[in-house]
Design a protein around this ligand. Structure first.
Ligand code: PEP
Length: 248
């Protein structure tokens, strides 16, 4: 049985003070959650958020990490730095990072390795553009992204990785993939993991859906057998809304 995982991706929103207020409100609202709950906050919010999360079951996540251990990479943050702040998860390869910051399947793979080497858990994002969706290339695109992301990652390391399937045309647009479409693509990703590793690994890995998931559509998406949670953008910026998704 896979334990569902619902993670909020705040993107570039919330100051440290606002972060503290949000998680202070969120804690009691999700105290009986049956799924794992994570908030992925801006780097500058990590310290305040960690403090405010004390006594809750909510895990802390970052939204990016650099592939190098340290060095001349102005403006970047290493896995060692995140680990020292007691970060649990890091999102890698979000489509906004691929689109605006030139991340490629190769840098995604390098970043996953860097995160795992410091014992951070990873949420790796895959998903197709609207153009690729309309050209019926979804399966080809997400399979390639998955294969490249997991290059030289061992079966043992796989246990520390969650995949988020996020159709880019559904992110922040209010358009959601239908539960059956999301289920179908996620099943293909699972089959790819089976081909790369084995049946047990493919049955164990958790795969989230992301893309305009909200309190209204969370339960029907979560009812699909292959969907093991959600990566939530907009609806995670409000404690009440995020709690409704978590308590789907
Ligand atoms: C995301 O940022 O990963 C996301 C899914 O955003 P939204 O929920 O706003 O579509």
């Amino acid at each position: 049985m896979r334990k569902p995982i619902i993670a909020g991706n705040w993107k570039m929103n919330k100051t440290p003070e606002e972060a503290k207020n949000l998680v202070t409100e969120l804690g009691p609202l999700v105290k009986d959650a049956k799924c794992e709950v994570v908030v992925c906050v801006p780097f500058v919010d990590l310290v305040e958020t960690k403090k405010a999360l004390r006594g809750t079951k909510i895990k802390l996540g970052a939204q990016n990490v650099h592939w190098a251990e340290y060095g001349a990479f102005t403006g970047e943050i290493s896995a060692t730095m995140l680990k020292e702040l007691k970060v649990d998860y890091v999102i890698i390869g979000h489509s906004e990072r691929r689109q605006y910051f030139g991340e490629t399947d190769q840098t995604v793979n390098a970043k996953i390795k860097a995160a795992l080497s410091k014992d951070l858990k990873v949420i790796v994002c895959v998903g197709e553009t609207l153009e690729q969706y309309e050209a019926e290339e979804t399966i080809t695109v997400v399979s390639k992204q998955t294969i490249e992301a997991f290059k030289d990652i061992s079966k043992d390391e796989l246990k520390k990785i969650v995949i988020a399937y996020e159709p880019i045309w559904a992110i922040g647009t209010g358009k959601t993939a239908s539960p059956t479409d999301a289920e179908e693509t996620i099943s293909v990703i699972r089959k790819t993991i089976k081909r790369l590793y084995n049946t047990a690994a493919s049955e164990a890995i958790r795969i989230q859906y992301g893309g305009s998931m909200n309190p209204k559509n969370a339960s029907e998406l979560m009812a699909m057998p292959s969907i093991d949670g959600g990566l939530i953008g907009g609806a995670s910026l409000n404690a009440q809304d995020f709690a409704k998704v978590v308590n789907y």
